[in-house]
Design a protein around this ligand. Structure first.
Ligand code: 13P
Length: 287
């Protein structure tokens, strides 16, 4: 069933857990994510990032995301991730997505604020929630950014600006830079936990972690306790997908068809996401 962004985040807050927000640009990722949400009967966020348009366009994968989410027994949000323009978010809403992130974090503050307000006004027409970003995080989710792998404290989210930004835009959640990076880490992440607490307290909205791959259980837990309610996660699930494919090919070198590889990929992603949600719910899951 479809639920809104706010409902999912409220659940996270009430249960002191992080809501897993998974990018599902391929059908294997999509089906595996929904299976995990159903297995544990937990809210999850299915998302499509603009950077994944070359894998599948939002008009192609979006209707599949929506149809499977509506049919599912699990409560799911279908969310535009890292919309880099008002137009991309609008395309998502036209497909039927019921939540969106506008990412103007690399724009000057005033421009980011203006477009975010426009996106919120559009989302309000539908009654949808909006996530926006302030502060710069290195890396991209397409595995192409060679600079990824280390956070830069000079680019972390400024609490003063964040407070002004949230009050002026009316967003539902704020994506912040506090030490995580998109893609693979090339050095130990150095997370500024105190900054998360300050941002949560001063802005009054849930904080979103981008670059959720590759943290330890302890790091996830501390971020959640400090006010992170949405954990964006992709690279390690996609890495697991590739490992599943490689393992299948190593075990079946004579194979001449692709479908069994797709099954192996799905299984491998499922295992990876199971591990993630067990960590994010820390002992609260019944199975
Ligand atoms: P990772 O790919 O590093 O897990 O980050 C995902 C993300 O932030 C999607 O918006």
């Amino acid at each position: 069933m479809l639920i809104g962004l706010k409902e999912a985040l409220d659940f996270g807050q009430a249960h002191n857990c992080g809501i897993a927000a998974i990018n599902t640009p391929t059908f294997e990722m999509l089906v595996a994510t929904i299976k995990v949400a159903e297995r544990y009967d937990i809210p999850m966020i299915l998302q499509h990032a603009e950077v994944h348009e070359p894998v599948n366009s939002i008009e192609n994968i979006g209707p599949a995301m929506l149809e499977l989410a509506k049919r599912s027994t699990a409560p799911l949000v279908v969310h535009v991730d890292h919309g880099e323009s008002y137009e991309f978010v609008k395309r998502g809403f036209e497909v039927g997505f019921n939540s969106a992130m506008f990412d103007g974090s690399r724009l000057p503050f005033a421009e980011n604020l203006k477009i975010t307000r426009d996106v919120v006004a559009l989302a309000n027409e539908y009654g949808y929630g909006v996530e926006a970003e302030l502060g710069v995080m290195p890396g991209r989710e397409d595995g192409e950014d060679s600079d990824a792998g280390v956070g830069d404290a000079a680019l972390y989210t400024d609490p003063e600006l964040a407070t002004e930004f949230v009050a002026a835009t009316g967003i539902t959640a704020l994506a912040c830079s506090f030490g995580t990076v998109h893609g693979l880490y090339k050095a130990e992440p150095k997370i500024d936990y105190e900054l998360i607490s300050v941002l949560r307290r001063r802005t009054g909205v849930p904080i979103v972690m981008h670059g959720g791959s590759g943290l330890s259980a302890k790091e996830y837990r501390e971020c959640i306790v400090r006010g992170v309610q949405k954990i964006n996660y992709y690279t390690y699930a996609d890495k697991a997908a590739l490992e599943g494919a490689k393992q299948y090919l190593a075990d079946h070198p004579e194979t001449y068809v692709f479908a069994p590889v797709s099954v192996a990929v799905g299984r491998s992603v499922e295992q990876n996401l199971e591990e993630l949600v067990r960590t994010l719910y820390e002992g609260q899951l019944s199975r």
